[in-house]
Design a protein around this ligand. Sequence first.
Ligand SMILES: Cc1cc2nc3c(=O)[nH]c(=O)nc-3n(C[C@H](O)[C@H](O)[C@H](O)COP(=O)(O)OP(=O)(O)OC[C@H]3O[C@@H](n4cnc5c(N)ncnc54)[C@H](O)[C@@H]3O)c2cc1C
Length: 337
Amino acid sequence: MQILQDISLKPFNTFGMDVHTDYYTEITNPTQLAAIAADASLPAKRFILGGGSNVLLTQSLHGIVLHNRIKGIEKVKEDDDYVWVTAGAGEVWHDFVMYAIANNWAGVENLALIPGTVGAAPIQNIGAYGVEVKNVIDHVTAWHWEMKREVPYYNSECAFGYRDSIFKHQLKDKVFITSVTFRLNKTPEFNTSYGAIEQELKKMDIEEVSIAAIADAVIAIRSSKLPNPREIGNAGSFFKNPTISLEQYDNLKASFHDIPSYPVSDTMVKVPAGWLIEQCGWKGFRAGDTGVHEKQALVLVNYGSATGGAVWDLSDNIVKTVHDKFHIELEREVQVW
Ligand SMILES: Cc1cc2nc3c(=O)[nH]c(=O)nc-3n(C[C@H](O)[C@H](O)[C@H](O)COP(=O)(O)OP(=O)(O)OC[C@H]3O[C@@H](n4cnc5c(N)ncnc54)[C@H](O)[C@@H]3O)c2cc1C
């Protein structure tokens, strides 16, 4: 295991922030984590990095970056209906989706083209087009820094919620996810009702729906809508869609007639954060190299040499203006370091 010093993380985060870390190493095997834990010469502060697509780096990191490169995909069991597949946490998420589709195993096709690694997927319970990854996770295996061993966390123990899980709370900084075991469906239940999937399938002249066709439709929609981090630095949605009470929503509707919402329960609704931000006039805003994407108000961008601090300040101003106008508190989805 090679430990490097004073490394720029610019190539390793999709915002493209040029921030340095004191120490850096790649983790290709869970056994290396025991060695890291036992090495007293290494800094105690550890930063776990996957694809760097959900982090905003605002300052130099004084500690060690553990870059997850644990690979391997294996079918571990099956029955008549399901197949259980374990993927190394460092596998690229989209590659895993393509692998599942190639084998005709259903459940992740709506999540095609989400950037990042398999290991980060459970952390914020990634979701898109009506599907969340929690629907197909059997268990998550993680190295526990205090127990000094790998521990399985079964689905019911992961406290999955909207862009949320136990890994953001009780287990934050306590574990390194090493693999995820999925339970995929041998007989697909297609989920095409959300977003523009059905429309896209029609446009593609698809007569018989398949998981491959759904993934193709999702890829086409995402490619046309979301800025590619290779072209403009960004981390996807910067904020979560806030959940508010139906009562607050009804009050807001009196002043803002076209405020959109999605039902969450009998008493709560979700309001699209992008709409709120757009109403505050931020869409397409640019100051130097820091900005709000011109087509997606939910996506903050680095046009080249923005700093993490400038993006943070912009996000702060957005939070304030949305609060002043709607009395709604936006919560950042992106992890800030
Ligand atoms: C263009 C774009 C579109 C996106 N679209 C979506 C979307 O549709 N839906 C969605 O849910 N998300 C979306 N995202 C966000 C992002 O892709 C996901 O959050 C993804 O799961 C992050 O994976 P990563 O490997 O890049 O994580 P990183 O950014 O590297 O890390 C994110 C956090 O997880 C921690 N972490 C990472 N790996 C591990 C590990 N193995 N063990 C313990 N902790 C770990 C890190 O320390 C950090 O706190 C989008 C991002 C971009 C740039």
